[in-house]
Design a protein around this ligand. Structure first.
Ligand code: HEC
Length: 200
């Protein structure tokens, strides 16, 4: 009797522990009490999807944004994209904006990333951003003035600062500039990662 009771108590304890572990699987997007988006500390462990640059030299000496960019997507957002080919609620994209520097190197003259200047972010959420274009919220975490540190949180940026441009130029691909992201293009709805390969 006592043994059985002990067994079932232990079983429920494990069940509860198990359940709470499942409950801990949090969305990548977390907000503080004021509703500001928190900058994830581990986004460099997410999936890297692509990079691009638009230097002065290719823009008549004055690029609108002389920068290099590296874009990441959160793991759950990537998994869903890979399987279903669409961006699910909770998908979180981060663009590292870096200065573009010229160098002369052993593989030729080139452009390399300098320092990180700011982080731009997009989160898809049909509840929180129900009224926003594509149901994406836009955010930006700048480097703090005279500091090596970045802002930890960001308010949502208005349409006339961010999303209008994504609506104008990327509305056919759910406001994401897919043409720059081979990792996403290759994986879209295929259930696989990596470069395409012939089936055996
Ligand atoms: C002038 C047009 C324009 C404006 C304004 C703009 N973006 Fe973008 N955004 C782009 C383009 C083009 C890309 C593709 C990468 C690149 O070239 O920068 C991009 C890429 C991104 C990405 C990577 C995912 C994607 O959609 O391709 C994020 C995140 C992002 N922008 C956030 C922002 C935020 C936040 C703001 C406002 C602070 C903003 N953008 C304002 C044009 C714009």
């Amino acid at each position: 009797m006592f043994k059985n009771l002990l067994k079932s108590t232990l079983a429920s304890a494990f069940l509860i522990c198990g359940m709470s572990t499942v409950g801990l699987a949090q969305d990548a997007a977390q907000y503080d009490v004021e509703g500001q988006l928190k900058l994830p500390t581990d986004y460099r462990e997410w999936v890297f999807v692509g990079a691009n640059t638009s230097p002065h030299e290719l823009n008549d000496g004055k690029a609108p944004f002389n920068e290099m960019r590296a874009i990441y997507i959160d793991r759950a957002g990537y998994d869903f994209w890979k399987t279903n080919g669409t961006f699910k609620d909770g998908t979180f994209l981060i663009k590292e904006v870096m200065s573009a520097t010229r160098y002369e190197g052993t593989t030729g003259n080139g452009y390399a990333a300098g320092d990180i200047v700011a982080l731009a972010a997009m989160v898809k959420d049909s509840t929180r951003f129900a009224e926003d274009a594509g149901q994406w919220g836009f955010f930006r975490f700048p480097k703090l003035k005279d500091s090596k540190y970045f802002a930890k949180t960001s308010e949502q940026y208005a349409e006339d600062r961010c999303s209008y441009c994504h609506v104008a130029a990327a509305s056919e691909t759910d406001m994401v500039f897919l043409e720059h992201y081979p990792v996403l293009r290759d994986a879209q709805g295929t259930g696989r990662s990596g470069v395409p390969m012939k089936a055996d």
